[in-house]
Design a protein around this ligand. Structure first.
Ligand SMILES: CC(C)(COP(=O)(O)OP(=O)(O)OC[C@H]1O[C@@H](n2cnc3c(N)ncnc32)[C@H](O)[C@@H]1OP(=O)(O)O)[C@@H](O)C(=O)NCCC(=O)NCCS
Length: 174
């Protein structure tokens, strides 16, 4: 099955808010460590896209790349390039998400390859990110050439329980 990738403008976020909400909500309920904890309502998921992502995309501070499978949103990744004046060469990878229905089919790899191409176009030569230590995203990033610079223990609460988890800080020079 073919994946198609689309860079979303602010208007696309509003137009496809249902699919984007489905995506992040399913990931959170599945336990993804992406900044939220359960209970987490669909309305909160929708508010994330409308209140955090849409304004950043509209203001030219962030790219949102979406992966489609047929007419369903299967995944997304964001490039936050709203960096301070002394870091014009850096950008942050945020919220790489693949819907649980579409995992292990190479969608995350495709999203990362394409967002890196956009980063190069924006003259960003250093990408940084963090991911929960031990999550499946860690071997993915490693296989894409991201290096681990350190682990911070007890960084964030688990999505489904009160356990505190470590985070791994990674970077890649493009
Ligand atoms: C991490 C995530 C984005 C991977 O998406 P995906 O489309 O399933 O990943 P891909 O199919 O492109 O897999 C690429 C590689 O990632 C690694 N990987 C992905 N899922 C894995 C798993 N469950 N266990 C171990 N390795 C895994 C493998 O190295 C895999 O390569 P392989 O299939 O050739 O072995 C997805 O599991 C997800 O959305 N998780 C929840 C959100 C999250 O944690 N995002 C990261 C935030 S930093």
């Amino acid at each position: 099955m073919r994946t198609s990738l689309t860079l979303f403008a602010a208007a696309d976020i509003a137009r496809h808010i249902e699919g984007l909400t489905d995506l992040i909500h399913a990931c959170i309920l599945d336990g993804a460590s992406i900044g939220f904890i359960v209970p987490h309502s669909r309305a909160e998921s929708e508010a994330f896209w409308r209140n955090k992502v849409l304004p950043a995309v509209r203001d030219g501070a962030r790219l949102l790349l979406v992966a489609w499978r047929d007419d369903r949103i299967a995944g997304s990744v964001q490039l936050d390039y709203d960096t301070p004046a002394n870091q014009p060469h850096r950008a942050e990878i945020r919220k790489l998400l693949v819907h649980p229905d579409f995992r292990r089919q190479g969608i995350a790899r495709e999203l990362m390859a394409e967002i890196e191409r956009h980063a190069v176009q924006l003259k960003r030569s250093l990408l940084t990110l963090d991911t929960r230590t031990g999550d499946s995203a860690e071997p993915l990033y490693r296989s894409l050439g991201y290096l681990t610079t350190g682990i911070i223990p007890g960084y964030c609460r688990d999505t489904l329980t009160e356990r505190l988890d470590a985070t791994t800080i990674m970077y890649k020079n493009l």
